[in-house]
Ligand binder design. Structure first.
Ligand code: UD1
Ligand code: UDP
Length: 372
């Protein structure tokens, strides 16, 4: 039986690979193993727990405030002995993180084939998102199989000369995980985090859900974001809920500037079902997250994206996402418009999702069954 080793390390990779781990195991045609670098620790473990994934290998490499080069070096050294020992036929990596690029590279050095899930997204600006645009391009150059979420991402790969027989347009696996989780919530799933949220937040008001973590927004970008949220909180008819990413470069400005505001709830990163529930209860979302841009349209929630460029233009074209950058006034005014103008809100609220139908993992597994 051919062996597939899935390597991932951060929260979003885990969410997007979780459904694939289960679908591959369900196929029964492969030996499936999971290696986590633990580039993230707590935020990764939240996902592993919920999706009931017990890694076969855990490199446990996270250090507080890690630099990109330290992180890359630690992953390179520790993944090598795993690929040597596990001897997989294929390594699957996801998206654009340091874990993905380094694990792909390490597999290539050992002569092992690489499959890239969420391939072909591009901004063509190597500084935005930084370093993710280059991580994704490097991984794409190394990969033998490319699982592209949309026809646009497939086209990017074709334009770069990638052999069409190695590309499959699958939809994004995040939608598989989202729909599975939503189903679970709709069937009565409960946990303590959900109970706490119900007590903490006044859902009679309009709830704005916020997340942010991009490296290119560190410094002035985050200060501007916080000023915009502070201004928005003067409207006492809104509740702002902000699960703060554990990166110290995010925690510091956010806690310093927003801690003492009554209708801004700064909370720990939420477990995945609680975050999905919060998205579904929110009026709209302000974020710089890639994954949230893909999920929110399925829930009919408008998204203001605090970035100047995005590798996910499909949602902008679909009208559910607006880029607002990190300019305080632009964030504030666009959010105020969405709060005040029902017409604008309704136009953005289509529950149409350009990112998938929840069957991405099935398509990836079918392709691998044929190829291997
Ligand atoms: C990483 C990815 C980014 C992805 C993001 C998702 C890279 C270069 N960046 O960025 O593409 O969008 O994850 O969230 O791969 N920390 C903890 N506990 C955790 C997680 C993080 O304490 O569970 C803190 C640590 O101090 C850590 C720091 O956050 O050093 C930064 O983590 P890192 O993975 O390097 O960067 P992210 O900004 O999380
Ligand atoms: N998410 C979560 N808890 C939170 C915030 C986000 O589970 O408190 C989920 C969200 O639903 C999405 C993913 O984490 O699936 C996005 O992760 P992040 O924004 O950290 O990374 P990105 O998608 O930008 O790479």
């Amino acid at each position: 039986m051919k062996k597939i080793l899935l390597c991932f390390g951060t929260r979003p990779e885990a969410i997007k690979m979780a459904s694939l781990v289960h679908e591959l195991k369900k196929s029964g045609k492969f030996t499936v193993e999971v290696c986590v670098t633990a580039q993230h620790r707590e935020m990764l473990d939240q996902v592993l727990n919920f999706f009931e994934i017990v890694p076969d290998y855990d490199l446990d490499i996270m250090k507080a405030n890690q630099t990109l080069n330290e992180l890359s070096g630690r992953i390179f050294i520790s993944i090598d002995s795993i690929v040597e020992k596990a001897k997989p036929d294929v390594v699957l990596v996801h998206g654009d993180t340091t874990t993905s690029a380094i694990c792909a590279w390490a597999a290539f050095h050992r002569g092992i084939k690489v499959g890239h899930v969420e391939a072909g997204l591009r901004t063509f600006d190597k500084l935005a998102p930084f370093p993710e645009e280059m991580n994704r391009q490097i991984t794409g150059r190394i990969a033998d199989f490319h699982f592209a979420p949309t026809s646009m991402s497939t086209q990017h790969l074709l334009n770069e000369g990638v052999d069409k027989k190695t590309i499959v347009t699958t939809g994004n696996t995040v939608i598989d995980s989202l729909l599975w989780t939503k189903n679970k919530l709709d069937s009565g799933y409960q946990n303590d985090t959900l109970d706490n949220l119900r007590q903490l937040i006044d859902f009679n008001k309009k709830v704005i859900l916020v997340t942010g973590h991009r490296r290119e927004n560190f410094g002035d970008g985050f200060l501007n974001i916080c000023h915009a949220l502070k201004k928005l909180s003067n409207n006492t008819e809104v509740e702002i809920v902000y699960p703060v990413h554990l990166n110290p470069n995010v925690q510091k400005p956010v806690l310093e500037l927003l801690s003492s505001t009554q209708n801004i709830h700064l909370i720990n990163p939420l477990d995945y079902p609680a975050f999905v529930w919060m998205m579904s209860q929110s009026h709209f979302i302000i974020t710089d997250s890639g994954g949230v841009q893909e999920e929110a349209p399925s829930l009919g929630k408008p998204v203001l994206v605090m970035r100047n460029t995005t590798e996910r233009p499909e949602a902008i074209d679909a009208g559910t996402v607006i880029l607002v950058g990190t300019d305080t006034q632009k964030i504030f005014e666009t959010a105020e418009e969405l709060l005040a103008n029902n017409e604008t809100y309704k136009k953005m609220q289509h529950a149409h999702n350009p990112y998938g139908d929840g069957k991405a993992c099935m398509r990836i597994v079918e392709y691998l069954e044929q190829k291997l």
